[in-house]
Design a protein around this ligand. Structure first.
Ligand code: SF4
Ligand code: SF4
Length: 366
């Protein structure tokens, strides 16, 4: 059967395959917080069945439910029926936007990106005092969060690359625009072409991204295929740094938060732990780790659209940090650092860093 919406054409089988077993319920961060059955994958699949049956339209009344998903993929990871709810939900959001229904937080996002070339609509990024657009072996691609919100972490990462004498360059990057695909839009071809042209002009053979989402976008989206065609490797900074000896150590108790975009979405669990293992022998895992890691609540546009719930999800994650008695929480995503830091209570004395930011602090103390 064809159906009215694109999601039906692409995902009808998957929606029908959902057996309502509820295995996804226990792991959904939105349900864990709100306890509202419509907000977990099972509830969303039931609603979409009604949409496919023509009983309810994809209209404004469904915005709160269908835009409240961090696309963390915990449900997909648990599903015994092979349903991938975040992929379905992303297509449903595109159908909603096509039909004139969008969460107000994202209604102008496409225009903002075209005008300002970053998701925050800001005029100028931090300069970072590094050369840009020069010939180099490696392009370091920062990403919007690292450029406009977590610039200290980015500066620290660049200091580590300098310390390791990596031959890298920055470029006059624009938003990779991968986030558009999460909230109902397509990757912006013009922005993608700007990034591709700037990267190709450097002659680099490797692109190292500070953000796991940028890495996913470059590796997965057709608009960036020219990079692969040119034989360029696109990797996250944790993959790039995994074999380096930093020559520093801490005896602090350290734990690690697996970002959804790096962990469940890319299967990268070992590289960050190899790095941390070399600098922090007193390492302790969080209760939920690797593929079972709890989402920080920032993804899928939830931080922008449902800020209060996003922070509350991050607080649930930080309760697990408290359980471990860790003094330091490391992660590999600026967006996770941003949300976890915003959620941290004054009484919580641990510090939150990207791994490279923490390595830089150890290097400066040495
Ligand atoms: S785990 Fe899969 S099959 Fe079970 S309710 Fe969730 S989406 Fe449906
Ligand atoms: S992707 Fe994450 S937030 Fe979205 S329904 Fe699945 S478990 Fe819940």
């Amino acid at each position: 059967m064809e159906g009215t919406y694109e999601f039906e054409k692409k995902f009808r089988d998957q929606v029908l395959r959902c057996s309502s077993c509820g295995f996804c319920r226990a792991v959904c961060p939105v349900f864990g917080l709100t306890k509202r059955p419509a907000f977990n994958a099972r509830g969303k699949m039931l609603i979409l069945k009604e949409v496919m049956d023509g009983n309810i339209p994809l209209n404004d009344e469904l915005v709160e439910t269908l835009f409240q998903c961090t696309t963390c993929a915990s449900c997909a990871n648990q599903c015994p029926s092979g349903v991938n709810p975040p992929e379905i939900i992303k297509q449903v959001r595109k159908d909603m936007v096509q039909g004139g229904t969008c969460h107000p937080a994202f209604a102008g996002m496409n225009q903002v990106l075209q005008e300002y070339t970053n998701i925050y609509g800001e005029d100028e990024p931090e300069d970072f005092e590094r050369e840009r657009n020069k010939k180099a072996d490696v392009v370091f691609f920062i990403g919007c969060v690292g450029s406009y919100r977590e610039d200290e972490a980015t500066m620290a990462t660049l200091d580590v690359l300098d310390h390791l004498k990596v031959d890298y360059t920055l470029i006059d990057e624009v938003c990779c625009s991968g986030a558009l695909g999460d909230v109902g839009f397509e990757v912006n071809e013009k922005l993608a072409k700007t990034n591709v042209d700037l990267i190709l002009a450097t002659g680099a053979k490797t692109v190292v991204t500070g953000c796991p989402y940028c890495s996913r976008t470059f590796n997965g989206k057709e608009e960036y295929s020219a990079l692969k065609d040119a034989g360029i490797d696109i990797i996250h900074v944790s993959q790039f740094l995994k074999d380096f000896d930093f020559g520093v150590k801490t005896d602090k108790r350290v734990t690690y938060h697996d970002p959804c975009d790096l962990g469940r979405h890319c299967g990268i669990y070992d590289e960050p732990r190899e790095i941390i293992g070399r600098i922090a022998p007193n390492f302790v895992e969080l209760r939920h780790n690797r593929a079972d890691a709890l989402c920080c609540g920032a993804g899928g546009g939830v931080r922008g659209a449902f800020a209060k719930n996003s922070i509350a999800m991050a607080r649930r994650r930080l309760e697990e940090v408290e359980e471990t008695g860790a003094e330091v929480v490391l992660t590999e995503c600026n967006s996770c650092v941003h949300n976890l830091t915003n959620a941290k209570l004054r009484a919580q004395k641990f510090k939150i860093y990207t791994t490279t930011q923490f390595i830089n602090e150890l290097l400066e103390e040495a």
